[in-house]
Design a protein around this ligand. Structure first.
Ligand SMILES: Nc1ncnc2c1ncn2[C@@H]1O[C@H](COP(=O)(O)OP(=O)(O)OP(=O)(O)O)[C@@H](O)[C@H]1O
Ligand SMILES: [Mg+2]
Length: 234
């Protein structure tokens, strides 16, 4: 579904991503794990068209997208939940969700989409008329995910969805990711929380200093000694 080949990404003269290649197949949950500054968010931003690579190829459903606009990429079925959520303050929960569907044709009936979203995220239904800025951190994360789902993506890119959340919310977020996947959305997940990410992942890649160092199934990486000592707390 998504194929990244020999990707190099620079910030000015600084090389942030070096010769990265990986694939996401339809139906998978693929996770990228790695320490702070490894280049994970840079890769995700480049897939969603917010940054341009220096070289390399990104294909989605066999079409090159590395020079496509973000709007084209969302339209093709890729939505991103950025690191740090970026919900729109001063807008209600409902209005935030409407923004997620901004590419849908005017006049399209959104009521069934809202129904699905509110069934999955009951807390958002309860708070749909509340200013999004007044939601708790965990609720904002739910909103960011729900907003991305409003576009009905085929591929969902998640950048550290569990960041800053309490254990109970972390578990909730991982359960939701799994159920979104089971209902047919392919997922590319970036996480610091490597143990939980690998537990739900079909496959994973370990990134350090902008390069892929290891790859395997979620299970293989969970059992890997190097991964255990570097990312799973020994
Ligand atoms: N706008 C920028 N200008 C210059 N350097 C940047 C910029 N954004 C990121 N970098 C650098 O690129 C490297 C990769 O950053 P990136 O945000 O992709 O890391 P990450 O793996 O997502 O880390 P984290 O887990 O902390 O979010 C880092 O060394 C970072 O300092
Ligand atoms: Mg990051």
């Amino acid at each position: 579904m998504l194929k990244v080949s020999n990707l190099y990404i620079n910030y000015g003269g600084i090389q942030a991503v070096r010769d990265v290649s990986f694939e996401v197949h339809t139906g998978e949950i693929v996770t990228l794990i790695g320490a702070n500054g490894a280049g994970k968010s840079t890769i995700l931003k480049t897939i969603s068209g917010l940054m341009r690579p220096k070289s390399g190829l990104i294909t989605y459903e066999d079409q090159p997208i590395q020079n496509a606009s973000s709007a084209t990429i969302v339209g093709a079925g890729i939505s991103q939940v950025p690191e740090g959520r970026h919900i729109f303050a001063g807008m209600t929960v409902q209005e935030n969700l409407e923004m997620g569907a901004f590419l849908k044709k005017r006049g399209t009936d959104m009521s069934s989409t809202f129904k699905d979203i509110f069934a999955r995220f009951p807390v958002l239904a309860e708070r749909k008329n509340q200013d999004a800025a007044t939601l708790s951190g965990g609720e904002q994360q739910m909103l960011a995910m729900a907003r991305a789902l409003m576009a009905k993506p085929k591929l969902l890119l998640l950048d550290e969805p569990s960041m800053g959340l309490s254990p109970i919310y972390i578990q909730k977020i991982f359960d939701i990711i799994q159920s979104i996947n089971e209902q047919g959305t392919t997922i590319l997940l970036i996480e610091q929380n490597a143990k939980q990410a690998l537990s739900i992942a079909t496959r994973g890649y370990v990134i350090a200093s902008g390069e892929i160092k290891l790859e395997g199934t979620g299970k293989e990486l969970l059992g890997n000694k190097q991964v255990q000592s570097a990312y799973l707390g020994g």
